[in-house]
Design a protein around this ligand. Structure first.
Ligand SMILES: N[C@@H](Cc1c[nH]c[nH+]1)C(=O)O
Length: 381
């Protein structure tokens, strides 16, 4: 079947108000990034498939194609990995603050209702190891949501080091830890309970019985965490989560913060704290980010600390009301009057030139677009 009038599934044409809203959101975000000292970086839409090896390809299945030499290429399913690739090949001096905007392509299940092409606008801070990196990302996350008109949003924190830290401290063999983690992440309670039963009489017993439900309001989750015996590495994680929660309380006192300590990290390459923003009754995230201190070692020998975040411009656009457009004026003129029409265009707010060649056609366009027609010609008078 010839498909020259169809689009590949999960893609769309964008025009009119939605395209304008997305453009507006991106430019609002870019101006925040620039104002805070970030530098623009663009990378190609096509990359070698190997760049994306650190991704969990079950969640980020890329569109594949081959180059002339038969090398596997993909349409980028992520924008952080290309930044890491670029950092390792260009010898840019660190630390660096990058921002970018562009589309990512992820093949979702047919009929999932999700789009396979998503516009992101994001930042990456490379070479900053302290919590100041996370705080800068969260400040930008809050500022971006506010600037684009999101009134209420929930901020979800998690940390890749928490699950690993607790598992490392459990007095069971490695394969049991792996099985427990798997059962926790998939919420397979039958298997989870069987394994945690082995530890019921230890100092971990009480905590383990609650671990699969360790998500929700920040302070409530932290109360359960207090039932854990002291594990120095886990304590560091708890301290940094508490510090971030305090910071948000000061910055945005009305912000609802939730904590999830029972999920896998949103990205396999995150090594520390991760943060996502969402609104009620919607499954997509407004932004998602986290720390990824090991990612550059996928491309080079030397490790570099890094943290970043990306806004989902489509998710933001879905929640921003379409603008009330002011009534437009359509200037109808003869081509010999171009100069005069240009002057009227400069003087008249919200005006555009009418490129039609007859008064009737100009009228029809004005009526169908709810515009006022300004006639500079002598025709039809
Ligand atoms: N690339 C991540 C977001 C991110 C940017 N920097 C760090 N994380 C994503 O698409 O989920």
């Amino acid at each position: 079947m010839i498909k020259n009038r169809n689009l590949p599934s999960g893609t769309r044409d964008e025009f009119g108000p939605r395209a304008a809203v997305k453009e507006n959101i991106s430019s609002q975000l870019f101006s925040i990034f620039k104002q805070r000292g970030f530098t623009k970086l663009t990378t190609p839409i096509l990359e070698y498939a190997d760049v994306f090896k650190p991704l969990n390809l079950a969640n980020y299945r890329p569109y594949q194609l081959l180059d002339e030499q038969g090398e596997a290429l993909v349409l980028r399913p992520d924008l952080t990995l290309p930044v890491a690739r670029m950092m390792s090949t260009t010898g840019v001096e660190l630390p660096a603050k990058w921002y970018y905007g562009g589309d990512v392509f992820r093949v979702k299940k047919q009929l999932s209702g999700s789009y396979n092409q998503v516009t992101q606008a994001g930042i990456e801070l490379v070479g900053y190891s302290s919590i100041k990196g996370e705080l800068e990302c969260l400040t930008i996350a809050l500022a971006g949501c506010q600037a684009t008109g999101i009134k209420e949003m929930t901020l979800e924190l998690s940390d890749a080091r928490f699950v690993e830290g607790v598992l490392a401290a459990l007095p069971v063999p490695e394969p049991t830890k792996v099985a427990l983690k798997q059962a926790l992440f998939t919420k397979n309670l039958t298997v989870y309970n069987q394994i945690s039963e082995l530890l019921a009489d230890t100092e971990f017993g009480e905590f383990l019985s609650e671990w699969p439900w360790l998500f929700g309001d920040f302070d409530t989750v932290m109360k359960v965490v207090q039932r854990l015996p002291k594990i120095p590495k886990v304590q560091t994680v708890i301290d940094s989560l508490n510090a971030v929660n305090q910071f948000i309380k000061q910055m945005a006192p009305n912000q609802h913060v939730v904590l999830d300590l029972s999920i896998p990290s949103p990205q396999t390459y995150y090594t520390g704290m991760a943060f996502r923003g969402y609104t009620q009754n919607a499954s997509d995230y407004l932004f998602s980010g986290g720390r990824y201190d090991d990612l550059l070692t996928s491309f080079q020998q030397i490790k570099e600390p890094a943290v970043g975040l990306a806004f989902d411009v489509d998710a933001l656009a879905d929640r921003v009301p379409l603008p009330d457009t002011a009534k437009q004026t359509l200037i109808y003129f003869d081509s010999a009057q171009w100069q005069e029409a240009e002057e009227v265009l400069q003087e008249t707010p919200n005006s555009t030139l009418c490129l039609a060649d007859s008064r009737d056609e100009a009228n029809r366009i004005a009526v169908s677009n709810n515009q006022r027609l300004l006639n500079l010609t002598k025709e039809g008078e």
